[in-house]
Write a protein that binds this ligand. Structure first.
Ligand code: GLP
Length: 258
């Protein structure tokens, strides 16, 4: 695992955007795994800027999305379809048919989940997966006790996640209780993974993910099993790391740091 600590959210987002851009420059038809939530917003803004100002091309890119709330229609302002359209897709040149977001309104979830997994494989697998982290240490919606071998499926959201995400809804009662999410096993099959986190409220989850034991109680800790993971975090999110000085020493010596 590599850990890059930046002073600001803007710098964190720029580093992440450079990693994405490098992937697309090396492989214009790359398959990206993308996350929602407030964390990657700066990354998406930077990608939009790179597209508009520098011609970063998404015309051959395919994207798969980590998760979606069950029960929210695509047009719901809190649906992850809506989120991705607003924050990224309508500003770049990605073909609509290359975007795969789990359906929160299918009438056959089991079949959908199977199809989604199969589609990832048919598209050649995910080249670069972008992740955030929940305050309970989840990746996607793989809540504590999710199997580290899990695949795309329905999950019941933890109370902590519902409370965390209530800020986006008019009241906590409106937050869906179920989500459809890629599994930990699905995520671990990506070629390369970057996890972004900022803010003091993420520091405990980040420390457990990086320095804690691998446990299904903190599903982000499963990333320790992956051969190519880069954490890009701000100083506040890094503030509970015991070995921070060590990571910064390594970071200074990274030959081609993004
Ligand atoms: C959400 C999403 C995750 C996201 C995380 C953090 O519930 N399912 O994919 O990474 O929780 O969200 P935020 O970036 O808003 O803090």
């Amino acid at each position: 695992m590599e850990i890059i600590v930046k002073d600001t959210v803007e710098e964190m987002s720029q580093v992440a955007a450079r990693v994405v851009a490098k992937t697309l420059n090396a492989k214009p038809d790359a398959v990206l795994g993308l996350a929602t939530g407030s964390t990657p917003l700066g990354l998406y803004q930077e990608l939009v800027r790179m597209h508009q100002a520098e011609g970063l091309d998404f015309s051959q890119v395919t994207t798969f999305h980590l998760d979606a709330y069950v029960g929210l229609k695509q047009k719901h302002p809190q649906s992850y379809h809506y989120f991705m359209d607003e924050n990224l897709f309508r500003h770049i040149n990605i073909p609509h048919q290359n975007v795969y977001i789990p359906s929160g309104t299918t009438d056959n979830y089991e079949a959908f989940c199977k199809w989604y997994e199969q589609r990832i494989v048919e598209c050649g697998g995910i080249d670069l997966q972008v992740l955030g982290i929940g305050t309970d240490g989840h990746i996607a919606f793989n809540e504590p006790s999710s199997s580290l071998g899990s695949r795309t499926r329905i999950k019941t959201l933890a109370k902590q996640t519902i409370d965390d995400n209530a800020r986006f809804f008019e009241s906590p009662d409106e937050v869906p209780v179920y989500a459809i999410t890629m599994g930990v096993g699905t995520i671990l099959e990506a070629e390369r993974i970057i996890l972004l986190a900022h803010g003091k409220h993420k520091s405990d989850a980040v420390a457990k993910a990086i320095e804690g034991p691998v446990t299904s109680m903190i599903t982000a800790s499963a990333l320790q099993l992956h051969p190519d993971v880069l954490f890009i975090i701000d100083r506040e999110a890094a503030s509970s790391l015991d070995m921070l000085e060590y990571y910064e020493w390594i970071q200074d010596k990274m030959p081609d740091a993004p």
